[in-house]
Design a protein around this ligand. Structure first.
Ligand code: HEM
Length: 152
């Protein structure tokens, strides 16, 4: 493995750790801890948490895409193993889902909090929760496919 590929893999895995680890923290630790708060407290808090976390995810997505694309060219491009193609495909689906969360659902949370429309805000936070579960499952499957199925 060349130094450039080693560095790319290091950055790739840092991006994966931030994204997948952040989803685990938000879903399994923060969400249950905030569940009993009133919507007036909970929804502005989620808006503030998401506003920060989504910037970290956006940076991770860019890094994962650039380093993954670079490594793919070094591992045979179109002739790379099926595991790498599966990773790229699943990764792109995860990125599209994140884009929907960030650019379609998150603005609804912002608008609802500004208008103090708590039912709308709670619905939008519920949508983020469901989509984060989907991305978390896809993320774990992606890591599993690339690490457990041999042949990468
Ligand atoms: C456009 C998206 C992606 C592309 C093109 C891509 C491509 C690659 C490539 C070429 C490698 C190097 C494989 C090797 O060292 O032999 C790699 C490693 C890895 N990637 Fe991705 N990847 C993408 C997204 C993701 C995502 C979303 C995850 C996890 C959520 C992920 C997890 C991993 C892991 C765990 C490794 C280390 C596997 C190993 O080296 O055995 N990747 N990726």
């Amino acid at each position: 493995m060349t130094k450039a590929v080693e560095l790319a893999l290091f950055l790739h895995l840092l991006g994966v750790a931030v994204w997948v680890g952040g989803m685990v923290f938000a879903h399994f630790c923060l969400r249950p801890a905030l569940a009993d708060l009133s919507p007036q407290l909970r929804l502005p808090l989620w808006e503030s948490v998401f506003g920060r976390f989504f910037n970290w995810v956006a940076a991770s997505v860019i890094i994962i895409l650039l380093t993954g694309g670079f490594m793919l060219t070094q591992f045979g491009g179109a002739h790379a193993s099926w595991q790498l193609h599966a990773m790229a495909g699943l990764g792109i689906v995860m990125m599209l889902i994140f884009g929907h969360i960030r650019f379609a659902v998150f603005p609804r949370i912002r608008r609802a909090v500004q208008a103090q429309n708590w039912p709308d805000g709670a619905r939008a936070v519920g949508t983020v929760r469901r989509l984060v579960v989907v991305n978390l499952v896809l993320g774990v499957v992606t890591i599993g496919v690339s690490v457990l199925s041999g042949g990468v």
